[in-house]
Ligand binder design. Structure first.
Ligand SMILES: *[C@@H]1O[C@H](CO)[C@@H](O)[C@H](O)[C@H]1NC(C)=O
Ligand SMILES: *[C@@H]1O[C@H](CO)[C@@H](O)[C@H](O)[C@H]1NC(C)=O
Ligand SMILES: *[C@@H]1O[C@H](CO)[C@@H](O)[C@H](O)[C@H]1NC(C)=O
Ligand SMILES: *[C@@H]1O[C@H](CO)[C@@H](O)[C@H](O)[C@H]1NC(C)=O
Ligand SMILES: *[C@@H]1O[C@H](CO)[C@@H](O)[C@H](O)[C@H]1NC(C)=O
Ligand SMILES: *[C@@H]1O[C@H](CO)[C@@H](O)[C@H](O)[C@H]1NC(C)=O
Length: 820
């Protein structure tokens, strides 16, 4: 029995080596939801309406609306977007009779206003054959995310109106594929189009071919019990391939990689004209020829890298499928070009060798990896992962690296693929523009079949697309992010005299901060350059651009722009002439600040923080409030800076915290947050209370070597306030200057900010008010106080006050603990 089995196996193998098995999808449904147009096999339009169709039970209660998206160019197919089926209140199931085996299920959405139902109000769940695909899903928020994410915006991408979600489901012997839409409470669901296409048995669901686990010992096996969602499908270095039967037998769309691409050597290999040699391991349905004919490469540049950044949902396993093809004729044997592949900082291949993998030019191959994207900080939001390529210096001939295509799939966990909706990104989006170039291309490609025309078009596309990449580096590119300018590396280098150390004004865990002169030296800026070997800074870079490009407030540092040329991550800010608040308080040779100025600075910073907490739709929690993150401009206006650790507050009105890993700086971190890992806006209030004591006492927040009770400024300040001895620990510069009533008010406010119980702490609005009151008390007292005190408090004569003798200062000799 065994031998007959192996004989059969042998026969099958032999058979399939000689004839490449063609694949023809057995189940193909294109359902134009809400439409009553019949399916018409003799027409080019593959879509047919669901009205009265066999997929919908005749007693179904649902309403269909017609809508004509006005943005669509006449040359673009309107189906399935000109109609929708809308479900109010009850759930609704489409039932498709299909054969056993894996299927693509593609859901097409156009979040438009249907009659009086606005898309912002639509939340619903979708399930299929026992898998939860989407829960409480908002197509409106999803489209807004696609439009406003930096990955679309940085290249000035078009507004996203319609999108497709692709799921891969294995239909068992029930031979039914059910798709159920359930509106959330008091909401409605809608769907514009449903596409079902079968796929070859072992293309993605292959128990025998286990993806290489990255960062874990055993990864999940992709068998019939897992459902997948396609997150990305990219044709590296090539044009978009539309899900069209002429080019793509399973109607998959392959997008350009430009939007996700970074790095300092992002070239393309010349378009490959010879046939792609499909094999048994890589049959022709794996990916279209166009994917393998085009390739990102580095153009033999040592010490360079290419990387791509992708937003994904946290808490899931992902399968990455990397497509390669050796399309460089000069590259003739193994060992000539080796390269490394990294997922984030993890090496997934050390010696990728296309020649060794494919045994010749023109043979395609793919490699599967599985990774887990952890919810590192409990935010349940998007995570940005990075796939990067570096040449391996062991290469014998060329230092280069290549990638032809990439697919990223999310794997179901406990039969669910659902993730929370993305945040609503404030939509100052410019008015709608359709990308005419793109849309015309579809029409031409689908209209004319001729290979020659297609080829010359491709040359055009590649050219156009190259121009687009080039445009990334041009000097005066328009603001890709809302009100935020993109600088070229050349400009940044010119501004800092090639990152001359003489220009360094700060240094942190992330890298250096330089002073720079922009726009023919007319504008002074601060330039923060992320050190590429600092891995933690990357997520923070993204957070900072994301937040600061949307926030504008006189009490927040303004982001002028950024530079992401050649793999650099550089942020450009307004220059703050007077530096940090800390450097005017202690361990400094700068003149001490007057009490009046200190109060103004505290009020300003408190207003900035108040704006962060309440100015946007969802609170923003800074998480790293400290005296070095409060900057002072030339007019001594305080500005809150450094939003790298900032977090969005809770989504739910009813909830007051987000759960997250504890981050921040030692001495400033809210102890309740530290214990519970639950972050609230009152955690910033605590840190701000510490800053108030720093301003008052002019000493570091933690000084080892002092008697135990004095080590922590927060604890010591509280203790002295309660004992009534606060005046004994204040900055000697201030003694005799602060009115006792003002000190009492200020001390009380600081100590209430430091309350152990976060719910007992004031909100930032109360802090602002409390500080303003302290200022009033001071002014009132000053009116009755001698001239001399007034002179010291007068800002204009501060320069003439002798420098503080640091040996007598209370902070002398203290060693501050490094908090980073
Ligand atoms: C794949 O190969 C088969 C057999 O050689 C052929 O019939 C089919 O047209 C090819 N499909 C594509 C998309 O090239
Ligand atoms: C089907 O499409 C063809 C070609 O577009 C058209 O001539 C024919 O009238 C259509 N049939 C129906 C029933 O709509
Ligand atoms: C599909 O849905 C029908 C009706 O809700 C249900 O009876 C059937 O069990 C479902 N089939 C599968 C495979 O989920
Ligand atoms: C790419 O960046 C790295 C690190 O900054 C640098 O060493 C290398 O020379 C750069 N390569 C090119 C081609 O600019
Ligand atoms: C659904 O999502 C929205 C937006 O993300 C949220 O405001 C709402 O509370 C969620 N509803 C449920 C029931 O989870
Ligand atoms: C980047 O950081 C590494 C290690 O932290 C350090 O050795 C290197 O000098 C830094 N480079 C720059 C340009 O600051």
């Amino acid at each position: 029995m065994f031998s007959s089995f192996s004989l059969l196996f042998f026969f099958v193998l032999l058979f399939s080596t000689t004839i490449t098995q063609p694949y023809k999808a057995t189940d193909v449904f294109f359902v134009d939801c809400g439409s009553s147009d019949p399916f018409n096999s003799s027409s080019d339009n593959k879509w047919g309406g669901d009205e009265h169709s066999r997929f919908v039970p005749s007693n179904a209660r649902s309403i269909s609306f017609s809508s004509t998206p006005d943005y669509l160019d006449a040359s673009v197919a309107r189906t399935p977007f000109s109609t929708a089926r809308v479900f109010k209140r009850s759930s609704f199931t489409y039932t498709f009779p299909v054969s056993q085996g894996p299927k693509f299920l593609r859901l097409h959405f156009y979040p438009a206003t249907y009659s009086n139902l606005i898309p912002e109000k639509s939340f619903f769940s979708v399930s299929s054959n026992g898998y939860s695909l989407l829960t409480n899903f908002s197509a409106f928020l999803a489209a807004s995310f696609l439009t406003n994410s930096p990955f679309n915006a940085r290249l000035g991408g078009p507004q996203v109106y319609t999108f497709v979600k692709e799921f891969l489901i294995y239909v068992k012997d029930t031979q039914i594929l059910n798709v159920t839409f359930t509106p959330s409470h008091k909401s409605f669901a809608f769907i514009n189009g449903i596409e079902i296409v079968s796929m070859p048995e072992n293309l993605y669901f292959n128990k025998a071919k286990i993806p290489k686990p990255v960062g874990m010992v055993n990864g999940p096996v992709i068998d019939n019990n897992i459902a997948l969602e396609n997150m990305y499908r990219l044709n590296m270095g090539g044009p978009q391939i539309y899900g069209n039967i002429d080019t793509e037998i399973m109607y998959r769309s392959w997008y350009q990689d430009n939007d996700y691409l970074y790095g300092n050597a992002t070239g393309v290999t010349p378009y490959y004209l010879n046939p792609i040699m499909y094999t048994i391991e890589t049959p022709n349905y794996t990916a279209p020829e166009l994917v393998y004919r085009t390739q990102r490469s580095m153009g033999k540049k040592p010490e360079s890298w290419i990387f791509w950044i992708f937003p994904v949902d946290v808490g899931f396993y992902y399968m990455l499928r990397l497509h390669f093809c050796n399309i460089i004729p000069q590259y003739k044997k193994s060992g000539q070009t080796l390269f490394k592949i990294f997922f984030n900082t993890q090496e997934i291949e050390e010696e990728a060798d296309l020649f060794y993998w494919t045994q010749g030019t023109g043979y395609p191959v793919y490699r599967d990896y599985v990774v887990f994207v952890d919810d590192l900080d409990g935010s349940q939001s998007k995570h940005y992962f990075r796939l990067s390529l570096h040449p391996n210096t062991k290469s014998e001939a060329y230092l280069d690296a290549f990638l032809n295509g990439l697919e990223v799939f999310k794997l179901s966990m406990d039969r669910s693929l659902a993730s929370p909706n993305p945040e609503l990104i404030s939509t100052n989006t410019p008015t709608v523009k359709t990308n005419k170039k793109k849309t015309k291309l579809v029409a031409i490609i689908s209209g004319i079949g001729g290979a020659l025309v297609l080829l010359s078009l491709l040359v055009l596309v590649v050219f156009w697309q190259r121009r687009r990449v080039k445009h990334l580096g041009s000097i005066d590119s328009t603001l890709p992010l809302d009100r935020c300018r993109r600088f070229s590396l050349r400009e940044v280098k010119a501004a800092t005299d090639e990152f001359n150390d003489d220009f360094v004004i700060g240094n942190g865990g992330f890298g250096k901060v330089y002073r720079g002169y922009m726009d023919r030296a007319t504008t002074i800026v601060a330039i923060k350059r992320l050190n590429s070997s600092s891995t933690q800074g990357f997520q923070e870079f993204i957070t900072e651009i994301g937040l600061l490009s949307r926030l504008r407030h006189v009490q927040l540092v303004s982001l002028i722009g950024y530079c992401d040329d050649e793999g650099e991550m550089i942020l450009v800010y307004d220059y703050m002439a007077h530096g940090t608040l800390r450097e005017h308080l202690y361990k400094t040779n700068k003149p001490p600040l007057s009490w009046r100025r200190r109060l103004d600075i505290c009020i300003g910073a408190a207003k900035g923080l108040h704006y962060l907490h309440t100015g946007a739709k969802r609170a923003i929690i800074h998480r790293d409030i400290k005296s070095t993150n409060i900057l002072l401009d030339e007019n001594w206006v305080a500005k809150v800076s450094d939003f790298g650790l900032s977090k969005l507050g809770p989504r739910d009105q009813g909830q007051d915290h987000v759960s997250t890993l504890v981050k921040g700086s030692i001495g400033y971190v809210d102890p309740q947050y530290y214990r519970s890992k639950q972050l609230t806006d009152r955690s910033d209030v605590y840190s701000f209370g510490v800053v108030l004591l720093e301003v008052l006492c002019a000493r570091p927040v933690r000084v080892l070597g002092l008697p135990k009770e004095q080590v922590s400024l927060a604890a010591w300040g509280k203790f002295c306030y309660l004992k009534g001895t606060l005046h004994e620990i204040i900055d000697p510069e201030l003694s005799g200057v602060i009115a006792p009533e003002c000190l009492r008010q200020f001390g009380m406010l600081a100590v209430s900010c430091l309350n152990d119980e976060s719910s007992e702490r004031p909100g930032m609005d109360e802090v602002v008010w409390g500080l303003e009151f302290a200022l009033e008390l001071q002014e009132l007292a000053d009116k009755t106080i001698v001239e001399a005190a007034n002179t010291i408090a007068d800002d204009t004569v501060i320069g003439s006050i002798p420098l503080r003798d640091t040996t007598t200062s209370i902070s002398s000799g203290y060693e501050e603990v490094k908090s980073e």
